[in-house]
Design a protein around this ligand. Structure first.
Ligand code: PA5
Length: 469
C-alpha cells in the first residue's frame, strides 16, 4: 500500500484576529462565527450519518428528502471490501480493453464523464495522446465524446477512428436515456460495427457499457451482447459517481492506481466521521462557504487552480456544486480559474471587482516531473538573466503568494486546499471531500443536494422540438 499524505484545507486567511481593524473583520470571518458554526456542523454530520443508515437499511425516506442518493458515501469502503469482486471486474475489464485497442472513446455527459476527464488530465501525461504506445505505458489514447451535439467535433473524432478496428467505446449513462451520449453512441457504434465486419465477438469486446439497473442503454448493450456491462449502483447520483465504475473503469484503462484513489476517499471519510469542526476538511469547507455566502455576500465560488492539470477537477466541482445546490433560487455560482493563465483574464475582476467572491486556491506541493530552471543566455533582451537559476515551480509559487498578498491588501482574503501531489491518493481525498462537503452544505442551507429537476426542463423542450412533425 502506497503511503497516503493528507490533503489540507487552510482557511486561516479568512479569519480576522480579535484586534484586527473593523475593515478586516467586516470582510472576513471572526472566531465568534466559527463558534456559532461548530454545533451546526456537528448536527449536519449526525444527520448525514443517519441518512446513510436510512439508505443502506432501505428505510422509508420522507417525501421532502427524496431522492436520497447517499450511496456514494461508503462506496469506497465497500468496493475495497464486500464489493471487491465488482472492483476486480472493473479492473479486469479496464486492463482487457487497454490491451486490445489503441484508442478508447469515453461517451457520456455531466457526471457520467467529468470525473474520468479530471483524472485523465490530473494524473496522466499532459500530451498522453501524442505519445508512442510505449511512452503511454502501453495504454490507449483517450477521447471524451457524447458531451455535446457538436457536428464538427464528432466528425473530427470519426476521422481518427473510421476504417480501423483497434479502438473501443466505454459508453456511460445512468438513466440510459440521455440524448447526447445516446446519439454519439449510435454514430460511433455504427462506425465500429462497420470496421469489425462479421467479427461479432470482436465487436462485443470493443464496447463496455456502464449504466443503471434498467433502461435503454442496458437493453441495447444486452442486445449487442457486450462482454462487460458494469453497474452504476442505485442511490449513487451521476455527479457523485466518480468513485464507481463511471470513473474507475476509465481510470483502469489509463493504468491509474485505482486502489490508491479509493484509499484516499476512505481516509477522507474517516476524517469526516471523526475529526472535530476546525480540523475537519469536509465540515470546515462547507461551513466556511456557507458563512462567507450568508454573512459576506460571497455568492461566487471560485476554485483557483494553480496548475493546468487541475482544470478538469475544477470543472468536475463546478458541475457538482451547480447541479446539487443551484435550486429554489439559491446556491453559490461555481467558477474554475486556472492560474497563472486566468490572472490575465479574470485577475482584474478578482482584484478590483464586486466583493461577491470566495476564492479557494487549489495548490499542489510536488510536481510530477523534475523542475526546469531558467538558464542564462547571451541574448538577454528579454531581461531574464536576472532570474537565471529560478525554476518554474518557484515562479508559480511567487505568482500564487503575490496574488494572494495583493488580494489581502484590498481586504479580499482567500482559503487554500493543499494537495501533497497530483496523484490518485490526493484526488481520492479531494473528490470525497468535495462530494461530502456539497451534501453537508445542502443540509446546512436546507436544499436537497441530490436530484437535478431543473435539468429536465431543457430536455423536454428539446425533445418536443426534435420530435414534432
Ligand atoms: O449529476 C447528474 O446526475 C447528471 O449530471 C448526470 O450525470 C447527467 O445528466 C448524465 O445523466 P446520465 O448518466 O443518466 O446520462
Amino acid at each position: 500500500m502506497k503511503p497516503l499524505e493528507p490533503i489540507r484545507y487552510d482557511y486561516s486567511g479568512l479569519i480576522a484576529s480579535k484586534d484586527a481593524p473593523p475593515c478586516v473583520k467586516q470582510t472576513g470571518l471572526v472566531e465568534a462565527d466559527l463558534q456559532w458554526l461548530a454545533p451546526r456542523l456537528d448536527a449536519v454530520r449526525q444527520e448525514m450519518a443517519e441518512n446513510l443508515t436510512t439508505f443502506r437499511r432501505g428505510l422509508p425516506v420522507p417525501e421532502e428528502m427524496q431522492p436520497m442518493d447517499a450511496g456514494f458515501v461508503d462506496l469506497p469502503e465497500r468496493l475495497l471490501d464486500e464489493e471487491r469482486p465488482l472492483l476486480d471486474q472493473i479492473m479486469a475489464a479496464g486492463d482487457r480493453l487497454a490491451k486490445e485497442v489503441d484508442r478508447v472513446l469515453v461517451i457520456g455527459i455531466g457526471g457520467s464523464y467529468m470525473g474520468a476527464r479530471a483524472l485523465f488530465e490530473a494524473c496522466g501525461h499532459p500530451y498522453h495522446n501524442e505519445l508512442s504506445r510505449q511512452r503511454r505505458g502501453g495504454r490507449p489514447r483517450m477521447y471524451f465524446e457524447g458531451n455535446n451535439l457538436d457536428n464538427d467535433a464528432v466528425q473530427g473524432l470519426l476521422d481518427l477512428v473510421e476504417g480501423s478496428d483497434d479502438w473501443g467505446i466505454i459508453v456511460i449513462s445512468k438513466s440510459g436515456g440521455t440524448l447526447e451520449p445516446a446519439v454519439a453512441f449510435r454514430i460511433f457504434f455504427d462506425a465500429l460495427r462497420k470496421s469489425c465486419g462479421d467479427d461479432t465477438e470482436k465487436l462485443r469486446r470493443r464496447v463496455i457499457a456502464i449504466t443503471g439497473s434498467s433502461g435503454r442503454l442496458r437493453d441495447l448493450a444486452t442486445t449487442i451482447g457486450c462482454h462487460d456491462i458494469l453497474p452504476i449502483p442505485d442511490g449513487v447520483g451521476g455527479r457523485f459517481s466518480v468513485l464507481s465504475a463511471v470513473g474507475l473503469l476509465p481510470a483502469a484503462v489509463m493504468g491509474l492506481d485505482v486502489g490508491h484513489l479509493l484509499e484516499g476517499a476512505v481516509a477522507m471519510n474517516e476524517r469526516f466521521r471523526t475529526a472535530p469542526p476546525g480540523d475537519n476538511p469536509v465540515l470546515d469547507y462547507a461551513g466556511i462557504a456557507r458563512l462567507m455566502e450568508t454573512r459576506r455576500g460571497a455568492t461566487i465560488r471560485i476554485l483557483s487552480a494553480w496548475g493546468k492539470g487541475m482544470e478538469g477537477v475544477g470543472l468536475w466541482y463546478d458541475q457538482l456544486l451547480a447541479e446539487s445546490l443551484g435550486k429554489n433560487g439559491l446556491g453559490a455560482t461555481p467558477l474554475t480559474a486556472v492560474n497563472t493563465r486566468d490572472l490575465h483574464s479574470r485577475g482584474q475582476q478578482h482584484q478590483e471587482g464586486r466583493r461577491d467572491k470566495l476564492i479557494t486556491n487549489l495548490v499542489v506541493e510536488k510536481t510530477h516531473r523534475e523542475w526546469i530552471a531558467l538558464e542564462r543566455s547571451d541574448l538577454d533582451q528579454d531581461n531574464l538573466n536576472s532570474l537565471s537559476g529560478k525554476t518554474l515551480p518557484e515562479m508559480l509559487q511567487a505568482a500564487c503568494t503575490g496574488t494572494n498578498q495583493a488580494y489581502a491588501e484590498d481586504y479580499r482574503r482567500t482559503a487554500t486546499i493543499r494537495l501533497p501531489r497530483l496523484d490518485e491518493g490526493s484526488l481520492g481525498q479531494l473528490f470525497q471531500m468535495l462530494m461530502l462537503a456539497t451534501v453537508a452544505e445542502g443540509r446546512l442551507v436546507g436544499i436537497n443536494p441530490y436530484g437535478q429537476p431543473g435539468v429536465e426542463a431543457y430536455k423536454k423542450k428539446m425533445n418536443a422540438l426534435l420530435r414534432q412533425k
